[in-house]
Design a binder for this molecule. Structure first.
Ligand SMILES: [Zn+2]
Length: 143
């Protein structure tokens, strides 16, 4: 199983050709920025390894208690490392907490915004890269 540094390096390395392609395709600056921030955030703070006391989990510092229920609910490398349910559970969990905190703090109910799709694309791609890397490197070790 690759360690957190390997995951960080692979994700960061993947971001270079993605950004190059986006610039080549004349994607606007705001979209590139939102995508990049989301991708980097998901790489460093929302990986599927939130299901254990991983480095990513510890990066949340004092706020890591937010993810204790997620960590305790999911067995390591099971649902959080499923290519479909992994991103849905991680992003859905974080989105639910953000919506709840915003509502409790201000009474505002967050509404859908088209830019959410860009955030989603960045996060999903970072999480999928982690899952695929885990699967490929685990297969390699078994041989
Ligand atoms: Zn993993």
């Amino acid at each position: 199983m690759p360690d957190y540094q390997t995951h960080d390096k692979i994700n960061t390395g993947l971001l270079v050709p993605i950004l190059t392609s986006m610039i080549y395709l004349n994607v606007d600056f705001i979209t590139i920025s939102i995508f990049t921030i989301s991708f980097v955030f998901a790489t460093y703070f929302l990986s599927p390894d939130m299901d254990i006391d991983s480095r990513v989990f510890k990066r949340w510092g004092l706020l890591r208690f937010i993810f204790c229920p997620y960590r305790d609910l999911f067995k390591h490398r099971k649902l959080s490392h499923n290519v479909i349910l992994g991103p849905i559970s991680l992003i859905g969990y974080l989105a639910a907490i953000i919506m709840l905190v915003v509502y409790l703090a201000s009474g505002v109910i967050l509404e859908y915004d088209d830019r959410f799709l860009i955030v989603l694309a960045g996060m999903v791609l970072a999480i999928e890269t982690h899952i695929i890397t885990d699967k490929l490197m685990s297969k390699k070790k078994k041989k």
